[in-house]
Ligand binder design. Structure first.
Ligand code: 13P
Ligand code: SF4
Length: 330
């Protein structure tokens, strides 16, 4: 069994290209405190790929994209689950683990997509397109999921749409993910004007400029980017799809067109790959810090609660998605 100091040294070795020693000196005692609290409270921490390296490598028990975190939550028997991610992810975890205490260290960690649509908007769309099934991206509130037939993530969106065996679906709320899915399927897609404030900022010119400045670079874009941005990329896929792509292709030089922490977390896993880092920060993901995780475990705040009748309907939409599974990126 490695000692605490050896464990901390091992972690620092992985993150030292991202975190200066002076900052690590502040982080290390917080990480140790989180380890103690996890043992004391029988807690696990789920961390999205966009969490900072000290959280991703220092305290997370499970890391991944939205789909992997939902699958992990479904398997968990932990009494306390801390979501190092954003609020809709904590809600999805609570839907799948109703007996557990699910905590979000900062309840204001939202999402521009989740905020773009309400349950009333979904009911309006259903009235406008009677009988057309509703496929809802997991980046939504439990209230919106409860109005939906099935959920999807960026890792399984086309597969979920095609699993329904219909020729038209309402696909909400990300207009860009919807447009990217529409190119991969014959199913007609009706959507909603939501967007991710991080991915909508990338432009085709940004990608052309990276190609011009970094010869031989492979461009990998998240499908929450506008379709004309994905067109300029060599591959498009969810954050887990990006990792799979790097494992498979081992490009010498890559630019991940997504949130900044994605590359920060992968640098140490792919030492042979040179990472070019044009990125945009998600202010919601960055609300989660080591200090807030300590406070969350010490005070058991902020617990996620969902009305049981609404939760039952939302859970059905998420469980239908989990039954469909994952797909490969383009
Ligand atoms: P994935 O990790 O599922 O690709 O989602 C990206 C995202 O923006 C989550 O908020
Ligand atoms: Fe939402 Fe975009 Fe932030 Fe993900 S990166 S939480 S989709 S705003």
């Amino acid at each position: 069994m490695p000692t605490t100091i050896a464990k901390l040294d091992e972690i620092y070795d992985r993150v030292k290209s991202q975190i200066p020693a002076v900052e690590w000196a502040v982080m290390a005692p917080l990480i140790e405190r989180i380890w103690e609290l996890k043992a004391e409270k029988k807690a696990v921490i789920l961390a999205h790929n966009y969490q900072t390296p000290e959280i991703y490598y220092g305290v997370a028990d499970f890391t991944g994209d939205s789909l992997a975190l939902a699958q992990q939550a479904a398997k968990s028997s932990a009494e306390v689950i801390v979501m190092a991610g954003v609020h809709f992810m904590a809600e999805t975890t609570k839907l799948l683990c109703p007996e557990a205490k699910v905590l979000i260290p900062d309840a204001k960690a939202g999402c521009s997509l989740a905020e773009s649509i309400t349950g009333a908007d979904v009911r309006k769309l259903r009235a406008q397109y009677p009988g057309v099934p509703v496929v809802t991206y997991v980046n939504t509130s439990a209230e919106v999921k409860a109005e939906s037939d099935i959920c999807c993530t960026s890792g399984n969106a086309t597969k979920v749409v095609e699993s329904l065996g219909v020729d038209r679906v309402i696909f909400i709320p990300d207009q860009y993910l919807a447009a990217n899915v529409a190119r991969e399927t014959k199913v007609e897609i009706i959507t909603h004007p939501g967007s991710c404030m991080v991915h909508e900022q990338f432009t085709p010119d940004d990608l052309r400029e990276i190609r011009a400045n970094y010869p031989g670079v492979t461009l990998v874009a998240h499908p929450e980017c506008p379709p004309e941005v994905c067109d300029e990329a060599d591959m498009s896929g969810s954050t887990a799809g990006m990792v799979e792509f790097l494992k498979r292709e081992r490009p010498a030089r890559v630019a991940l067109i997504t949130e900044c922490s994605m590359s920060d977390n992968l640098v140490s896993q792919f030492p042979q790959t040179e990472f070019v880092r044009p990125c945009n920060l998600c202010p919601h993901m960055k609300r989660i810090t080591l200090q807030k995780i300590v406070r969350s475990l010490e005070t058991m705040q902020v617990p996620v609660e969902i009305d049981p009748a609404l939760a039952a309907r939302a859970r059905t939409a998420v469980e239908r998605m989990l039954a469909v599974g994952r797909q490969e990126g383009k």
